[in-house]
Design a binder for this molecule. Structure first.
Ligand code: URA
Length: 240
């Protein structure tokens, strides 16, 4: 790995700031001043200092985003803004991507990472990881719907959903609900309500696996996961 990439992965600054610091001789590798950004090193073994302080190498990034409406959960789109447009430059060189898809009009918990193994485990249909949503629904949501979702409902394409937990927060002509599903079919929550004759008019993901949205994050804001939050996403059982 190049020295300048190593420093960027450590969060030492932007690429141009890092180049300047290296050229000025502020960086040492294994105790030797190293003024060349293109110097190759082994990130597993090299000891790199900046202004005399040893850096901790970071390979993966884990970002918790409170996704606003109007952004596509993708790394690129022909015309629409993507969740990557909300990621500050200092994280972009890690090449994070969103773990799973939220619709453009869905808000809430969106995890971005460059850890492909973790993303695979979270997204694998075999993992059955819970995803919890809060929604506003047009129509009176009743215990009949709770029972139907517990049994499984048939979507428009004939698919029978796995048991899901529906909690009714407010039952009225416009209802408020909380729903936990253990799979991730396309537009699943919206289609489950369509299957019982109702329409989701607002949808927000509030949890994924054991990780909850940090409600102190404003819409569009993100932060790195805390070590204990990352731990919540790990498995103790056998790999999927
Ligand atoms: N279900 C939906 O219908 N939309 C989402 O964005 C997520 C789950």
């Amino acid at each position: 790995m190049r020295l300048d990439k190593y420093l960027a992965d450590c969060g030492a600054g932007s690429r141009s700031e890092i180049k300047k610091m290296i050229h000025k001789g502020f960086v040492t590798v294994d105790g030797v001043p190293c003024p060349k950004p293109e110097t190759q090193l082994n990130p597993e073994t090299a000891v790199v200092t900046l202004h005399g302080i040893t850096l901790q190498y970071k390979k993966y990034i884990y970002l918790l985003l409170n996704k606003p409406q109007g952004y596509v959960s993708a790394t690129w789109d022909k015309k629409l803004p993507t969740v990557l447009d909300l990621v500050p430059e200092e994280y972009l060189h890690f090449e994070p991507f969103p773990v799973g898809r939220l619709d453009i009009d869905t808000e809430g918990l969106c995890l971005l990472t460059n850890d492909g193994a973790l993303a695979h485990r979270l997204l694998s249909p075999k993992s059955h990881i819970p995803k919890t949503y809060e929604a506003t629904v047009e129509g009176v949501v009743t215990e009949k719907d709770t029972d139907a979702f517990r049994q499984g409902v048939t979507l428009d394409d004939g698919y029978l959903t796995k048991p899901a937990e529906l909690e009714i927060l407010k039952s009225d002509t416009i209802s408020q609900i909380r729903l936990t599903i253990y799979e991730g079919k396309f537009h699943q929550v919206k289609r489950m309500f369509e299957a019982v004759g109702k329409k989701v008019i607002f949808l927000k993901r509030i949890a994924m696996h054991r990780l909850w949205l940090d409600e102190s994050l404003e819409s569009g804001e993100l932060r790195e996961l805390l070590p204990e939050e990352l731990h919540l996403l790990e498995w103790e059982d056998t790999p999927v």
